[in-house]
Design a protein. Structure first.
Lengths: 58, 549
């Protein structure tokens, strides 16, 4: 099949294509779906400020 | 193409990267800006930026070259990278890691683990493992890019290494290490376009998809004798089950990297720096397509290069490249593709190397500065953390460059896939040391601090022992086993007539079994057993970590 002799290689050739399609379909369906659990803004602000400090050291 | 033109285009590219870096830095000034000010980033920019950080030259030149030797069986790694490394990683690991990072105010992987298990030792030890072994991975990325530049510009390997290292150092100084989105987006676009052209050209040059595969299948008789003896059955077949080549391909190259990708510290950081869960969902299709277009194409083209070389010079790829695995892809591009494509492909590889190296240097700097010096050793004041961070980045660059120089001298042109092996050793070590602890941290209330420490240390040392004393290629290259026990590997006996006898138990040829298959089961069992008998983590802390309060 597909000019490939070994069934395991044919299988993985198709699995690569199918898993890429799976990722694409997932993305289309979930493009705008956010995390069900939202962290408080204060927590995010604190995290972002600390992240800026870490980055500034680089 | 004329070398002068190549240099002009290359310098122009670097100027554009520099300009975008400057603008991008101004546009997304800080994490506070990005996460709180509601700043919009165009989805295309976001998409390409993700893509660029996923893939490196190691995958294209190193593993692509390995596909020239092993054949299309390497596509199992592409499948694992897409399914485990993207789909499962972002869907299952991404959201939990992001939320736990926010709750515990963690900014690096060692910090996340250290705070989750309330252990400075875990933070310090995992930072040390990362700091010591990321240079091995970084050098694999460097070798991939440098070999291509050396081949295209007809330069000496060492001269190309020096020039490229200087460019990388300049890039880091210019702020490239901060992972500027616009720069990454340009690099991602170039990579995607370059690989697409490579795939279309290769298939059409060899008569279409089925015909190209068929021609490769028909080449089975041309497999070099040394590979046939190890179980090679042709480039469209898996190696003989249980043979030395099967163990190397399946346990080292496919499983080592395919499973190790789940416990990559730089990927965990990527989950934490996204704005919301939406971005994690959006990364899945982008990452899936990117991995397919980068590794999938590199592996298919790497394997098919055998047909091209056979048609043109009557030799298979490894013979045509004189045993230099990493030279297969550069040689193929140079001789089979149009001149303009060589330049495009060089930009593709330089882009891939830059984006990956910057994330590696980032993780090395923060490991030394924040995790080891500031948190684990408790030296937050007096700017010692910042100094250590910068020393971390600088020493990371220097060690990676030195390793790239050393590995080429010791192992180049010996038919050894240096880049693929260097990458898989790093990925395997990460999986053995971090994966059980990381999974336990995200999902289990039963894994204790002692269990996490014991699992991490046993996984790391079991894996290291296997690399130094048993795994054939690594143990032979390191020569420590030879000096202590008088044999290149504990899995090999040298007979009186000088022949090598490999120790076997059932299908296991021990010196070809990857450290991952030894270290990971040990780490899992030790984590579970020690956790069963040691002090549990307080319910209050677990509620905070897991968001169950």
């Amino acid at each position: 099949m597909l000019g490939i002799e070994d069934g395991w290689v044919v299988l993985v050739y198709l699995l690569c294509i199918m898993s890429t399609i799976l990722c694409l379909v997932w993305g289309i369906i979930k493009w705008n779906v956010d995390d069900p659990v939202q962290e408080p803004d204060e927590e995010i602000r604190h995290w972002a400020e600390e992240e800026d400090r870490v980055e500034s050291e680089l | 193409m004329n070398h002068i033109w190549m240099i002009i285009i290359f310098v122009a590219y670097l100027c554009i990267i520099g300009y975008l870096g400057f603008r991008g830095y101004r546009a997304t000034k800080s994490a506070t800006d990005y996460m709180l000010a509601g700043r919009k980033v165009h989805p295309y920019v976001m998409a390409m930026s993700y893509g660029a950080t996923f893939i490196s030259t190691s995958a294209i030149v190193g593993f692509g070259g390995a596909a020239g030797v092993y054949g299309m069986g390497l596509l199992w790694l592409t499948f694992l990278n897409i399914f485990l490394g993207i789909f499962i990683a972002f869907w299952i690991f991404g959201g939990r890691t992001r939320r736990m990072g926010l709750r515990l105010d963690a900014h690096t992987f060692p910090e996340l683990m250290g705070r989750r298990f309330q252990s400075r030792f875990i933070q310090g030890a995992s930072a040390l493992i990362i700091f010591l072994f990321v240079p091995l991975y970084a050098s694999s990325v460097l070798i991939g890019a440098v070999k291509y530049i050396a081949s295209q510009m007809s330069m000496d390997y060492n001269a190309a290494l020096l020039v490229f290292s200087a460019i990388i150092a300049l890039y880091v100084i210019m702020g490239g290490i901060k992972g500027v989105m616009y720069t990454d987006a340009l690099q991602g676009t170039i990579m995607l376009f370059g690989m697409l052209v490579l795939l279309i050209f290769t298939y059409s040059k060899l008569g279409g998809v089925v015909q190209a595969h068929q021609s490769l299948t028909d080449l089975a008789d041309m497999v070099p004798k040394s590979l046939q003896e190890k179980g090679h059955q042709g480039w469209t077949s898996m190696p003989e089950f249980g043979g030395p080549l099967w163990w190397t391909l399946v346990s080292t190259i496919i499983m080592g990297v395919g499973i190790g990708v789940l416990a990559q510290p730089q990927l965990a950081v990527r989950y934490m720096t996204v704005k919301s869960g939406k971005e994690l969902n959006r990364a899945i299709p982008i990452g899936g397509v990117f991995i397919m277009m980068m590794t999938g194409v590199a592996f298919i083209v790497g394997a098919l290069s055998n047909v091209y070389f056979n048609n043109t010079v009557g030799k298979v790829a490894l013979v045509a490249s004189q045993g230099d695995v990493e030279a297969i892809i550069p040689m193929y591009v140079q001789s089979a593709m149009p001149g303009w494509f060589s330049v495009l492909f060089m930009l593709t590889l330089v882009s891939a190397a830059m984006s990956t190296l910057s994330s590696q240097f980032h993780v090395m700097g923060t490991s030394l500065g924040r995790d080891l010096v500031e948190e684990s050793l408790g030296r937050k004041k007096g700017g010692s953390g910042m100094l250590a961070t910068r020393i971390g980045v600088l020493s990371g660059i220097l060690v990676a460059v030195y390793l790239s120089y050393l590995m080429e001298i010791k192992l180049g042109k010996k038919g050894i896939e240096i880049v693929a092996r260097g990458t898989s050793i790093f990925f395997g070590l990460c999986a053995c040391a971090f994966l059980p602890m990381y999974v336990g941290a995200l999902w289990s209330r039963a894994i204790t601090k002692a269990g996490a420490i014991a699992g991490m240390m046993s996984g790391f040392f079991a894996s290291l022992f296997w690399i130094v004393f048993v795994e054939e290629k690594a143990a032979t290259a390191l020569m420590i086993c030879e000096k202590i026990f008088g044999t290149p590997s504990l899995g090999i006996r040298i007979m009186a007539d000088g022949t090598k006898v490999f120790s076997k138990t059932g299908p296991f040829i021990w010196s070809f079994v990857d450290p991952l298959l030894i270290g990971l089961p040990i780490a899992i069992v030790v984590t579970l057993v020690v956790s069963r008998f040691t002090k549990k983590t307080s319910g209050e802390h677990l509620d905070l970590c897991l968001g169950t309060k």
